[in-house]
Structures are given as structure tokens and as C-alpha cells.
Design a protein around this ligand. Structure first.
Ligand SMILES: NC(=O)c1ccc[n+]([C@@H]2O[C@H](COP(=O)([O-])OP(=O)(O)OC[C@H]3O[C@@H](n4cnc5c(N)ncnc54)[C@H](OP(=O)(O)O)[C@@H]3O)[C@@H](O)[C@H]2O)c1
Length: 338
């Protein structure tokens, strides 16, 4: 028998026919039946979720993210286990779940309760609360994955300055904080000049404008960066590739600036640079748990919590629209229960 009440509150996005006869999305908080949750071994009282770029897309008709309708969005969630068929996941444990199908082709985190497969659940290490976990969220997890990938390839703070693009956003801001805490000289690229002071408090050594990191498309720039974290793509990733030092790598996770990549092969064949693809959705549960354990310890961003904005299920909508419009300044987290 389920430990979830027969009905509870959830924020739901549903495709409908708009007043003009065109497809539209109806969004809002409504009562949701337990019987319509998908199957799974673990039931969770959701305490916090967060707003990621993909969540904004999942609630738009042109977003190309939602695979079911109606959909409870929210690609990540954290809370307490209220029922579990898995001996390794105890009732009462604080857990986080994100990625796989959550908030895309299966109901996600914007809900009082959720049911998920045991193989998607990450027990939180002591010292990392569900709120902390969502202050990090999928964006921060992806930032940590990026730093780990660069360091596994050999990057150290002695190699030279590193670049983080889209620095005012979730992936960028968290990557900046993690790298600065680990002793790197980090340069933050942002399209928001008024974010410079906040980015310096996160640990940036210097600020670059969006124009600085797009440039005129020449085949190569002078070698400047020992490594880079890029969640912008578009016209920015080609600049990053052109300006990496010989043998350096960029961890690429996003397309906030556009999905097209127009580059020459010269950075690869004349400087041996590497483009490391980051996919937080399908990463194995073992790797996911390992990175979360590190986020509770040596990768934990020092400034965690200083740069989050709280919303609720009733006030999440402007954040969903704002993140797609490029207005992110830190992270929005969704308070669902304490
Ligand atoms: N691969 C994965 O597993 C994975 C995981 C998480 C996120 N992502 C992707 O990573 C990207 C960022 O996610 P996020 O949650 O960090 O989003 P976010 O909080 O909205 O941050 C994105 C940042 O990119 C910059 N930006 C926005 N529009 C831009 C434009 N037109 N041109 C250049 N820069 C622009 C802005 O920073 P500035 O104004 O400071 O430049 C913005 O704050 C998204 O594409 C998301 O889907 C992928």
C-alpha cells in the first residue's frame, strides 16, 4: 500500500488548445491523484525542488522537452523517504533524485509527493540537507561533473587560468564557486555587467563580457585558458575552443546561447584541445552517488546558499519564464515542505 495520500498538491503543465485554436500549455497548481503517479520502489515526501533551464522549456509549447502531458515538471527533487521496497534506502532517509526521465517523460519534482525507481535515488551524505541539495541541483551537479572531468584529465590550479561562461547562471555560477574554492584562478564570462560584483564574491579573479568570449571567428586566438566550463554553446563555445592552451579541454554541457557549433578543426589538430561532453541525465547511479558524496565534502561550494532565491509552487512561474529568457542570477529553489 502506498504511503502517499490519495490526493496532494502539484504544479502541472498540460498541452491544450489555446483560445486562438493554436496549441498552448496550461500551467498551475492543482490537486493530483496518487493513482496517476508512475510505479517505483521509493516514495518521497518532496521538500525542495529547483528551477533549471530544462524546466523552463518543459512548460513551454515550443520547448521540445516535455514528453508527456499532463506533466509535473521538475527535473530534480530532494526530500524524505516515506516508503521504500529497497533494503538500502531507509524510510526517513534524506535523498535526492534527478535526471533520467524525471520532469521530462515522467512526473518530476514540483509536487508534494513523488514515486521513483530505487536505482535513481541518491541518499544524501550527512551535512548536506535537502535544501542544500537543491541549491546545488541539476545545474550544480553538472558543474561538479565538469570540474571532475577536467581534473580526471589532469587539470590542476598550477596549469593556469580557467574560464567559466554563462557565469551568472546555475551551471556557470556553481562551477565558478567550486573551481575558486579549489584554488583555481577563474575568469567569469557574463552577459550581465551588473553581476560582476556577485561573481567576484563567488571567487572570480576577473570578468569578461559576452563580446569578449564570442569574437570575430578567427581560426585560433592566443592560448589563454588551461581549462573551461561552458554551458552556453552558441557563439561562445567556438571562442573557448580557439583560446584553450595546447592540450587543454573544455567541459561542454549546455546550449543557453544556441545549439549550433560552428568551428574549424584547428584547435583540435594544431593544439590537441579536447571537447568533453557532459550528460547529467544518463550518468550511472554509481557515478551520480559518488559526485553527490563529493558535493557534500571536497566539492561543496563555500558560497552555497548565498546565491539562491526561494519560490514556492504558487510562485514558480516567473522563474520558469525568467530562466528561459536568460535572466538567471544564481539559482531558484522551490520550497515545497520544510
Ligand atoms: N548536459 C547536461 O546534463 C546539462 C545539465 C544542466 C544544464 N544543462 C544545460 O546547460 C545550460 C545552462 O543551464 P543552467 O541551468 O545553468 O541555465 P541558467 O541558469 O539559465 O544559466 C545559463 C546562463 O547562460 C547565459 N546565457 C543565457 N542566454 C544566453 C545567450 N543567448 N547567449 C549567451 N549566453 C547566454 C546567461 O549567463 P550570463 O548572462 O552570465 O552570460 C545565463 O545565466 C542550458 O542549456 C541547460 O539545458 C545541461
Amino acid at each position: 500500500m502506498s504511503a502517499i495520500p490519495a490526493t496532494f498538491r502539484a504544479y502541472v503543465a498540460e498541452k491544450i488548445e489555446g483560445p486562438d485554436g493554436m496549441p498552448a500549455v496550461a500551467r498551475g497548481v492543482r490537486s493530483f491523484p496518487e493513482a496517476e503517479l508512475p510505479p517505483g520502489e521509493v516514495e518521497i515526501r518532496v521538500a525542495w525542488s529547483s528551477v533549471n533551464y530544462k524546466d523552463g522549456l518543459a512548460t513551454r509549447i515550443d520547448g521540445k522537452v516535455a514528453r508527456i502531458s499532463p506533466l509535473i515538471p521538475g527535473i530534480d527533487l530532494a526530500g524524505q523517504v516515506v516508503a521504500s521496497d529497497d533494503p538500502d534506502i531507509a524510510v526517513g532517509a534524506s535523498v535526492v533524485a534527478h535526471g533520467y526521465e524525471l520532469g521530462v517523460s515522467r512526473h518530476g519534482g514540483y509536487t508534494d509527493y513523488q514515486r521513483v525507481p530505487a536505482g535513481w535515488v541518491v541518499p544524501l551524505a550527512p551535512g548536506l540537507s535537502p535544501r542544500d541539495a537543491m541549491a546545488i541541483g541539476t545545474a550544480g551537479f553538472t558543474a561538479a561533473m565538469s570540474v571532475v572531468a577536467l581534473e580526471e584529465r589532469g587539470l590542476t590550479p598550477d596549469d593556469g587560468p580557467v574560464l567559466v561562461t554563462g557565469a551568472s547562471g546555475g551551471v556557470g555560477g556553481t562551477a565558478l564557486a567550486i573551481l575558486a574554492d579549489r584554488g583555481y584562478e577563474v575568469w567569469a564570462a557574463t552577459g550581465k555587467p551588473d553581476e560582476a560584483a556577485r561573481l567576484m564574491t563567488l571567487g572570480a579573479t576577473g570578468i569578461l563580457t559576452r563580446e569578449d568570449v564570442t569574437g570575430d571567428g578567427r581560426p585560433l586566438e592566443s592560448e589563454r585558458w588551461a581549462g573551461a566550463v561552458d554551458a552556453v554553446g552558441g557563439a561562445t563555445l567556438p571562442y573557448v575552443l580557439r583560446s584553450l592552451m595546447t592540450g587543454a579541454a573544455v567541459a561542454s554541457s549546455g546550449n543557453a546561447g544556441g545549439p549550433k557549433l560552428e568551428t574549424t578543426v584547428f584547435p583540435f589538430i594544431l593544439r590537441g584541445v579536447a571537447l568533453l561532453g557532459m550528460d547529467s541525465v544518463n550518468v550511472s547511479i554509481a557515478r551520480r552517488r559518488h559526485i553527490w558524496d563529493r558535493l557534500a565534502t571536497d566539492l561543496r561550494p563555500r558560497a552555497l546558499g548565498d546565491h539562491v532565491h526561494e519560490v514556492t509552487l504558487d510562485t514558480v512561474e516567473p522563474a520558469l519564464d525568467g530562466i528561459v529568457a536568460g535572466q538567471a542570477r544564481g539559482r531558484w529553489i522551490v520550497r515545497i515542505a520544510d
